[in-house]
Write a protein that binds this ligand. Structure first.
Ligand code: PLP
Length: 440
């Protein structure tokens, strides 16, 4: 399906692709030129079902006219205004609408352009908060192995994925990593595993070793997404919350993937019944149609930072030229309408049990060593053959040729379809995945 024409290939050279094997891709490109609903279309016109919602973004399905129209109208009305010292009404409107979905108390919203920026913003909020609380010594962060927190330097320091860290050094000194929660005894478990809550006590070890009074915040993905769907063991997040409360540490949920219905609730915080102090989000907030991220903060954190300084002047020295960009806000507001009108989150919750059964039915396919699932996210892990990630990489090529778009990390194939998926789409996804797994 690649472009054989060398003329075409030479025009592909200037674009330096992110997180991609550039040489391999340019030799055999895998492009999409159009999308609608649950499907992508290749330039040659082949239909490819989207089982990863783009990249966990397209909750309402592709190319929603409501969003396209809202962005078009916005760009004709107010294309840009500086977000510092100036603002536009839709920024306030969207922040307010977002708080209808965030857990109670997380009702102050700071806009960024990506999940990575949301993570670094949350790190700064934690440091700024402790400083105004008279605890400037709280400079350490705790995160977890097998975590992905984006690619800015703060997020890379928090992340627990070796390839994303090894070329860049520690980034920030003073980040410690708890063990991940992928225990061998939890293989093939649907939803939250029974075993592993005690792994949260790693946090206590760091408190005892470095002084809990020196730790600013703990960052976790409530369900690790990019690594390949690791739902939290039962009681694990509650235990983290408990230790954070005892030690005065802020708990941050990175919900860039788990937010906006993916877990079958507004956010993972509600799905698992544990409320963080700061919550990052991105991706589905605009259905992926415009770049946008955000941090939802507890009001107490906002109040402490904004009340601490002099009556006049900037309270939080942070922000982006494109924070709350008018077109992103317009897309976000149109998406809020879709969440409400099409009851996307309720649909995800209703579909989740059927989705889990269907994906777990792949357990008998050759080479499958684990399946994990929660909400509308699952990972099928295949045995590493020919080195870690080699088979996952080969599977990527076969999936594309089979007409199935999936994200994979290493040897885990991650299924996270748009929340508008219907039974027939689920059948198609599982059927194609089964065929590819059997082709090895
Ligand atoms: C949990 C988590 N945090 C942060 C990010 C980074 O988001 P972005 O790629 O929008 O910068 C991602 C991206 O997948 C993510 O999954």
């Amino acid at each position: 399906m690649g472009h054989a024409d060398p003329q075409v290939k030479s025009t592909l050279q200037p674009y330096w692709m992110p997180f991609s094997p550039n040489k391999e891709f340019k030799a055999e490109p895998k492009m999409f030129s159009r999308a609608k609903g649950m499907y992508f279309y290749t330039p040659e016109g082949q239909e490819v079902i989207d089982a990863s919602a783009g990249l966990f973004c397209v909750a309402a399905g592709h190319c929603r006219e409501e969003i396209a129209q809202a962005v078009y109208e916005q760009l004709q009305t107010l294309d840009f205004t500086a977000p510092f010292l100036r603002a536009h009404p839709k920024a306030f409107e969207l922040a307010e609408r977002v708080t209808h979905y965030t857990p109670a108390g997380l009702n102050r919203v700071f806009f960024t352009n990506s999940g990575s920026e949301a993570v670094d913003t949350a790190m700064k909020m934690a440091l700024a908060y402790h400083r105004v609380q008279g605890q400037p010594q709280r400079q350490l962060f705790v995160a977890r192995e097998r975590a992905y927190h984006g690619v800015n330097m703060g997020g890379v320091a928090l992340a627990g994925m070796v390839n994303n860290r090894r070329a860049y050094g520690p980034g920030l000194a003073g980040v410690y990593h708890m063990r991940h929660t992928a225990l061998p005894e939890n293989r093939f478990v649907k939803g939250q595993p029974e075993k592993g809550a005690d792994l949260a006590d790693d946090l206590l070890r760091f408190c005892n070793l470095y002084g809990g009074e020196n730790i600013a915040a703990v960052f976790v993905e409530p369900t690790a997404g990019s690594f390949g769907c690791l739902p939290p063991p039962k009681g694990y997040l509650n235990r983290l919350r408990e230790i954070c409360d005892q030690q005065g540490i802020l708990l941050v949920f990175d919900e860039v993937i788990t937010g906006w219905g993916r877990m079958g609730a507004n956010f993972a915080a509600q799905a698992f019944g544990v409320t963080p102090d700061l919550l990052t989000m991105a991706k589905a907030i605009t259905n992926g149609a415009q770049p946008m991220g955000a941090v939802a903060a507890k009001q107490g954190i906002y109040d402490a930072i904004t009340e601490a300084g002099p009556a006049k002047g900037i309270e939080f020295f942070h922000g982006y030229t494109y924070s709350a960009h008018p077109a992103s806000c317009a897309a976000g507001l149109a998406m809020m309408d879709l969440f409400a009108k099409e009851r996307l989150i309720e649909r995800a919750a209703a579909m989740a049990p059927k989705f889990a059964d269907a994906i777990h039915s792949l357990a008998d396919c050759p080479g499958v060593v684990d399946i994990r699932s929660v909400g509308l996210m699952a990972a099928v892990e295949v045995a590493a053959v020919g080195g870690p990630g080699a088979r996952g990489h080969e599977a990527q090529k076969r999936l594309y040729d089979a007409g199935l778009n999936l994200k994979s990390t290493g040897d885990s194939l991650i299924v996270a379809p748009p929340l508008v998926m219907e039974d027939k789409h689920l059948d198609e996804i599982v059927g194609k995945l089964r065929a590819v797994l059997k082709s090895f």
